[in-house]
Design a protein around this ligand. Structure first.
Ligand code: DP6
Length: 361
């Protein structure tokens, strides 16, 4: 039996001939981390993230109806204006996974042009923004075919499709905070797509800042797929998955109450737990660099000295995301330029903040 038949586009008679769809979709930073998945691209644990604003992918999808349905998917790929052959297998695989839900794919010839606002191979994962942008464009095409789809169904399916491209991508369609994975405390939550955090968020989190320190731009030591796989048979996996769920329960209360001390504790603990999982898998690996640790220690010192609510999180790499309230922006940026830039590769960092998700241009 097919999984999730509710996401299959009902049969249609008319398909639009040709056109172009432009959209942007941001990256996101997890507060409770997704680490561990089962086929096909379903999470072993629930995760929650801030949707970002500045770090995003812009995608143009040109489509042209063909006279004859082809055997295979017909698409060309341009990244920052140049053909990008090494992305093709990933998109080919993505199309294969989503074809059952978008049965018109082989009736078109596509040209996909993308660019990112963040520097290439900066260690910022472009899969979340890239896959959510492409899923969003494809849903805009579906909407031309099926115009009665509601806004809610549209976003749900866009997230569902994005997930099949890259797990964390499903959390980028909406903002400011989304949850992916079934959880009793989160209304409407599902393993198949992400939902917008359904409760009112305390004003302490308005325009929350994320400054990304680029510590090491080196090629990824482990692909995320390999990393997720290492949670199978991992000695701490079962407890870790439970803990993620408990942390979502805590964060839900925190996001409602605005308790920033409690926020710091959950977020930093999650970041270190993610890396602890990597350090205790077989094979084991360490993605933090000496400068990552120096920054963490500096953040802790700064907090102790000033009472600031600045905290850090990490994804699967050496870069550090610094999270802080908008009210502390000037002081924290001063601290970053005076004391942390020295730990960044070529002094590079990116100032971002909480954002609202994918947009049609
Ligand atoms: C550490 O979404 O990149 O950033 O599903 O294999 O594409 P795939 O993995 P991906 O994994 C992201 C892992 C993480 C944590 C997170 O974003 O929740």
């Amino acid at each position: 039996m097919m999984d999730y038949p509710e996401f299959v586009l009902p049969s249609v008679s008319e398909l639009p001939d040709a056109g172009m769809i432009n959209c942007t979709s941001p990256s996101n930073i997890a507060l409770v981390k997704y680490w561990g998945k089962r086929p096909v691209q379903l999470p072993e644990n629930v995760s929650i993230s801030f949707t970002l604003d500045t770090c995003k992918t812009t995608t143009s999808l040109s489509y042209k109806k063909k006279d004859k349905v082809s055997e295979d998917f017909d698409f060309e790929l341009l990244f920052e204006g140049k053909p990008k052959l090494d992305f093709k297998p990933k998109i080919q695989n993505f199309f294969k996974r989503i074809e059952v839900y978008l049965p018109f794919l082989k009736q078109y010839s596509f040209s996909i042009e993308t660019s990112n606002t963040f520097p290439h191979s900066s260690g910022i994962a472009s899969s979340a923004s890239g896959m959510s942008a492409l899923a969003f464009c494809l849903m805009q095409l579906e909407k031309k075919i099926n115009p009665t789809i509601s806004e809610e169904e549209f976003l749900k399916k866009a997230s569902f499709l994005a997930r099949l491209g890259s797990g964390s991508a499903c959390r980028s369609l909406e903002g400011p905070i989304t949850v992916w994975g079934e959880h009793d405390g989160i209304k409407g939550s599902s393993d198949a797509f992400a939902v917008k955090f359904p409760n009112n968020i305390h004003k302490n989190f308005d325009r929350y800042q994320d400054t990304i320190l680029l510590i090491d731009k080196g090629e990824k030591q482990v692909s995320s797929t390999v990393g997720h796989d290492l949670m199978h048979g991992h000695p701490f996996a079962a407890r870790r998955f439970e803990q993620a769920s408990e942390n979502i329960t805590k964060l839900k209360e925190i996001l409602i109450s605005g308790n920033l001390d409690a926020f710091i504790e959950v977020v930093e603990s999650e970041a270190l737990t993610l890396h602890a999982m990597m350090m205790t898998s077989l094979p084991y690996f360490i993605l933090m660099k000496p400068n990552t640790l120096s920054v963490i220690n500096k953040v802790w010192e700064y907090r102790k000295k000033t009472g600031s609510k600045l905290c850090f999180t990490l994804d699967a790499g050496a870069n550090v995301h610094l999270l802080f309230p908008n009210s502390e922006k000037d002081q924290v940026l001063e601290f970053i330029t005076n004391e942390l830039v020295a730990y960044c590769q070529n002094g590079q960092y990116i100032c971002d903040k909480i954002g609202l998700g994918a947009k049609l241009l």
